[in-house]
Design a protein around this ligand. Structure first.
Ligand SMILES: O=C(O)CCC(=O)C(=O)O
Ligand SMILES: [Fe+2]
Length: 299
């Protein structure tokens, strides 16, 4: 059932319809609103105050929490920049780490920007698919290597701890992250995340840039998954029963493929009431180019 659904949403010809894809933040029978049980006085830069957050639990997958984009436009641009400029950098491992000597020595983002031809620049940039933070994940042996523990970025730790605390996970402290980079058209096959020592701890997932169809199924591949549209700024938290469920990304779409009410991602990071000169630095222009054809997921 999982594979059938994966193929359906991945298909180019014919393309899928999005009628059964859940939109976080809308009234849907499968989305149960979650009320915060304690006061949240503190604020966090780049996020709207928690009392304004729209939080849901997916009725068909108890423990799966969905947060409709709580980020300000500025907050979104900040995390996109961090993910592109700082995270794919030595000593963090990326899928490109062994591609050439220079990918180890020169900042990946600087290499991208040094390519003057736009087509070539895009071709090069699209090759980056993941980077690991904190404990470096060993994909071959499917373990977190005790001897390869790098610093976990303090600003990302602060963000995750803030969101965790608002949701009631006061003791959560992240030790490892995978940042996934998806050019439009790329996919992530069905899998479960079970290499972590403490599988009772929640898993936090932040999405930025182009929208994607996310599938969440059951503990086996036999169950029919639910399809959810993850748009820029949306957060999902896999807790409880949903923590070890199969999930996948069968489609990263361009806004234009989506029905009118689902698209318009760029509004989430590009406020039209502020002129570009006013709102940001030079680096943003390059990041903005990249994000036109990509999705970033911090997991
Ligand atoms: O990109 C996503 O939304 C999911 C990524 C994921 O499942 C993973 O990194 O394990
Ligand atoms: Fe995963």
């Amino acid at each position: 059932m999982f594979q059938t659904s994966f193929k359906y949403y991945k298909s180019r010809n014919p393309p899928p319809t999005f009628e059964n894809v859940l939109l976080i933040g809308t009234d849907q029978p499968n989305l149960k609103p979650v009320q915060l049980t304690h006061d949240n006085e503190s604020i966090f830069s780049g996020l709207y105050p928690p009392n304004d957050w729209k939080i849901y639990e997916l009725c068909s997958r108890p423990g799966l929490l969905l947060l409709a984009n709580p980020f300000t436009c500025e907050g979104q641009r900040y995390w996109m920049k961090r993910s592109l400029v700082n995270y794919p950098m030595h000593p963090n491992t990326t899928n490109q780490s062994n591609a050439s000597q220079s990918t180890q020595q020169v900042q990946w983002w600087k290499m991208v920007q040094s390519i003057t031809d736009a087509t070539e620049r895009k071709k090069f940039a699209q090759k980056l698919r993941w980077t690991t933070l904190g404990y470096q994940y060993d994909w071959t042996h499917k373990i977190y290597d005790e001897t390869r523990k790098e610093n976990f970025p303090s600003e990302l730790r602060a963000l995750v701890q803030y969101v965790a605390t608002v949701l009631g996970y006061n003791r959560f402290s992240p030790e490892a992250a995978i940042v996934n980079y998806y050019p439009i058209g790329s996919t992530l096959a069905g899998h479960t995340d079970h290499s972590e020592d403490d599988r009772t701890a929640p898993l936090f997932s932040f999405s930025f840039g182009q929208p994607a169809v996310f599938l969440i199924g059951g503990l086996s591949r036999d169950e029919q998954p639910d399809a959810i549209l993850l748009r820029s700024g949306d957060i999902i938290v896999m807790t409880g029963e949903s923590r070890l469920c199969y999930h996948a990304v069968p489609r990263v779409c361009a806004d234009l493929e989506l029905p009118d009410n689902m698209g318009n991602s760029a509004k989430r990071w590009d406020p039209n009431d502020v002129s570009v000169e006013q709102h940001d630095d030079e680096m943003w222009n390059d990041v903005e180019q990249y994000i036109q054809y990509s999705r970033i997921n911090i997991n």
